[in-house]
Design a protein around this ligand. Structure first.
Ligand SMILES: Nc1ncnc2c1ncn2[C@@H]1O[C@H](COP(=O)(O)OP(=O)(O)OP(=O)(O)O)[C@@H](O)[C@H]1O
Length: 240
């Protein structure tokens, strides 16, 4: 397996009185598509936020290979009351490390909108787009920043089935892009989606990592019970 791009080393996170993660170790290599699954409150969001540096570990270390760029998406995108185009362009323009002119930022933003199929609504207010369009806009904004790793916290949870499929298709497309394949790490309550998109599945329970398996093993009833009875019980519960 190639060298890890990002990871956690024996990470524990305490949020108030709650142990949200306990001793989680994880190594993720470039090009992997890792789905985080588990019941509500099992620690999926905390794991993503810790990887993204939004939550400091109480114990352990967050690892990131030099030069790796990350972007994170949430269940409901945080959009500004601006056109779709300006929602993407502003972040690029404000990124001082890039030193882009406003005109150059808009050119890149238009390319990103085209990438997610939103060119026709470039001038519409981002907050007035449909839920699915808003999430695609958030994907355009992330894509424009040229990340190596995309972290997504239940990106399709509040979308209707059609919009869900569109966002999934974009995630798959980003992950297999020939010019720049992204590593995906996302939390999902949708096991069908996990089966369709993931190469690897991490199961969390009560803040602990209880299974970390290739997707084929995770969904193989002859393999999972022996590897992780807890994960097997979760999958059975979800499918019943
Ligand atoms: N800000 C906070 N303060 C205190 N406890 C928190 C906070 N945020 C989360 N927690 C607790 O930490 C634990 C892990 O929560 P987390 O949101 O990571 O789980 P999750 O698997 O993402 O859940 P969900 O599927 O509902 O999004 C839960 O017990 C939760 O109640």
């Amino acid at each position: 397996m190639s060298a890890a791009q990002i990871g956690l080393d024996a990470v524990s996170v305490r949020l108030g009185a709650q142990a949200a993660l306990m001793g989680v170790s994880l190594r993720i290599a470039a090009g992997e598509r890792v789905a985080l699954v588990g019941a509500n409150g099992s620690g999926k969001s905390t794991l993503l936020r810790t990887l993204h540096g939004l939550v400091p570990p109480t114990q352990g270390q967050v690892q990131q290979a030099p030069g790796v760029r990350q972007a994170m998406l949430f269940q409901r995108p945080h959009l500004l009351r601006l056109s779709a185009l300006n929602n993407v362009a502003l972040g690029l323009w404000l990124d001082r490390a890039r030193g882009l002119s406003w005109a150059a930022a808009k050119v890149l933003a238009l390319q990103a909108l085209e990438r997610v199929g939103l060119l026709s609504v470039a001038q519409q207010n981002g907050r007035q787009l449909s839920g699915g369009q808003q999430q695609r806009l958030a994907l355009a904004r992330a894509w424009a920043r040229q990340p190596d790793v995309l972290l997504l916290d239940e990106p399709t949870a509040s979308l209707d089935p059609h919009a869900k499929r569109e966002v999934e298709a974009l995630m798959a497309d980003f992950a297999s892009s020939e010019e720049r394949a992204l590593t995906l790490v996302w939390a999902s309550h949708n096991l069908g989606q996990v089966k369709r998109l993931a190469t690897r599945v991490v199961y969390l329970e009560g803040g602990r990592l209880m299974a970390d398996l290739p997707v084929a093993d995770f969904f193989n009833p002859a393999v999972l019970p022996a590897c992780s009875p807890a994960a097997h019980a979760f999958v059975q519960g979800e499918l019943s």
